[in-house]
Design a binder for this molecule. Structure first.
Ligand code: NAD
Length: 372
C-alpha cells in the first residue's frame, strides 16, 4: 500500500475506463508533472492496448479489480458507468488509495454515503469531476457574486437561481448503460443536471437543500427519438431497457429560504441545442451564464440599474479548454498538501442526496425532504 504526503514524490495513478471520461483523465495525468499512469483498465481490448501504447502505460487489465488490487498505486481515477463508481471507489479507498471519481459520485445517496465513510475512515481524498465549475466564466461569476468582508456582492442577496442543461437531440446512446436505471441511476438529471446543480450551488455559497418538488418524463427516448448523432459511449449497446427520464424539472428549497429551479433534458422538441444556463436573481443585480455548444466567448451577462435605468453588461471572458485538467490539478494539490479535511466527497454526497430527492419526488408526485 502506498500512502504519502511527500509533496516531491511522483504520484502513481491507475485509470479505470477508456471512454471520454477515462481518456480525459489519462491525458490530464500524462500532461501533468509529478504523476505517472502505471495501470489502465477497460473492456475494449483494442482501445486498451492502443491507449496504453500511445500514453506509455506499462500495465493493462480488462477488469477494475485487477487494477485496484495493485499495491503500487497512490491514486485510482474512475471513468466508468455510474453504478461502478461506489464499488471501485470503496475498494480503492480501503486499500489506501486516493480516488478521483467522475460525476455523479454515485447512483444513490446510500452508495455515496458509503464512499464518503470509506474516505473518512481511511483519511484518503475523494474528489469528484465537477469540471464545468472550473470554466473561466463560472470562476468569473464566482468572484463577482462572492460576498466581500461579510458584505453582499454586487448582486446583493441571491434569492433564486435557474440552472439547466438542455439538449434538442442528445440522448447519449439509446440502449447504452446511460439509458438504464440500474447502470446509470437516472437520465439527464443525474447526468447533465449534476453539473449545473454543482455550478449553481457553488455560486450560491453551498446552501443546504431541504426539500424538492420535481417531475420527470420519458416521452422521446422510450419511443427511440432524440438520440445523439455523434460520439456516444465507447462501451456501446447493452440491450438493457431505456428506463430513465429524458426530461426532468425540479424546484429546490434551500435552508436559508432561497431556491433553485433545476432542469435537465437529453432531448425535447424545442429551440434547445446543447445549452448550459445558470441565472442568478439577486436583490440588487442579476447574472446569467449561457453556453451554447460549449461556447468559449460571450457567455456571461450581468444585470443592474445604472442611474435607475436597467442595464446589461457583457464582460469579455474567454474560456480556455482544460477544465478537467484543472480539477485534477486541484485534486493532486490536495493530496500533496497532506490536509484532506473537507475533501472526502462531502459536497458531492449532498448533491447525490438532492438527485435522490428529485427522483423520489417525481415518483411520488409531491414535494419530498432531502436526507441530511
Ligand atoms: N465530467 C464530464 O464532463 C463527463 C463526460 C462524460 C462522461 N462522464 C462520466 O464518466 C463516466 C464514464 O462515461 P463515459 O462516457 O466515458 O462512458 P463509456 O461507456 O464511454 O466508457 C466506460 C468505460 O468503462 C469501462 N468499464 C465498464 N465496466 C468495467 C469493468 N468492470 N472494469 C473496467 N472497466 C470497465 C468500459 O470498458 C469503458 O471503457 C460516467 O460516470 C459519466 O457520467 C463525465
Amino acid at each position: 500500500m502506498s500512502q504519502t504526503t511527500d509533496a516531491s514524490k511522483t504520484l502513481r495513478v491507475g485509470v479505470v475506463g477508456l471512454g471520454f471520461a477515462g481518456t480525459t483523465h489519462l491525458d490530464a495525468y500524462t500532461a501533468l508533472p509529478g504523476t505517472e499512469v502505471v495501470a489502465l483498465a477497460g473492456k475494449e481490448t483494442e482501445r486498451l492496448h492502443e491507449l496504453a501504447e500511445t500514453r506509455h502505460v506499462p500495465h493493462t487489465s480488462p477488469d477494475w479489480q485487477d487494477l485496484v488490487a495493485r499495491d503500487d498505486l497512490d491514486i485510482v481515477s474512475i471513468g466508468v458507468p455510474n453504478s461502478l463508481h461506489a464499488p471501485i471507489a470503496i475498494a480503492a479507498l480501503e486499500s489506501g488509495k486516493h480516488v478521483f471519481c467522475e460525476k455523479p459520485l454515485a447512483t444513490t445517496g446510500a452508495e455515496a454515503q458509503a464512499m464518503v465513510d470509506a474516505a473518512v475512515a481511511n483519511d484518503r481524498v475523494l474528489e469528484v469531476a465537477y469540471n464545468h465549475r472550473r470554466r473561466a466564466d463560472v470562476q468569473f461569476l464566482a468572484d463577482h457574486v462572492r460576498p466581500v468582508d461579510g458584505q453582499d456582492g454586487p448582486l446583493g442577496h441571491v434569492y433564486h437561481a435557474r440552472a439547466s442543461w438542455r439538449r434538442r437531440a442528445g440522448i447519449p446512446g439509446i440502449t447504452s448503460w446511460f439509458t438504464n436505471k440500474d447502470a446509470a441511476g437516472g437520465g439527464p438529471l443525474i447526468d447533465l443536471g449534476s453539473h449545473v446543480l454543482d455550478i449553481a450551488m457553488y455560486l450560491m455559497g453551498e446552501p443546504r437543500v431541504v426539500a424538492v418538488s420535481a417531475v420527470a418524463y420519458n416521452e422521446l427516448g422510450t419511443a427511440g427519438r432524440g438520440g445523439s448523432t455523434g460520439g456516444g459511449p465507447v462501451s456501446g449497446a447493452t440491450g438493457r431497457p431505456f428506463d430513465v427520464e429524458d426530461f426532468a424539472n425540479a424546484l429546490l428549497r434551500f435552508e436559508d429560504g432561497s431556491s433553485l429551479q433545476l432542469q435537465a433534458s437529453w432531448a425535447s422538441y424545442s429551440k434547445d441545442d446543447e445549452d448550459i444556463e445558470v441565472e442568478l436573481l439577486g436583490s440588487t443585480g442579476g447574472a446569467r451564464l449561457f453556453v451554447r455548444n460549449y461556447a468559449t466567448e460571450g457567455t456571461v451577462e450581468l444585470y443592474s440599474d445604472i442611474d435607475g435605468v436597467p442595464a446589461v453588461t457583457r464582460p469579455a471572458v474567454h474560456v480556455p479548454a482544460g477544465h478537467h485538467q484543472r480539477v485534477i490539478e486541484e485534486f493532486l494539490a490536495t493530496i500533496r498538501s497532506g490536509s484532506h479535511e473537507g475533501h472526502h466527497g462531502e459536497f458531492a454526497l449532498h448533491r447525490t442526496r438532492v438527485v435522490d430527492a428529485v427522483y423520489a419526488s417525481a415518483q411520488a408526485g409531491h414535494e419530498v425532504e432531502v436526507v441530511r
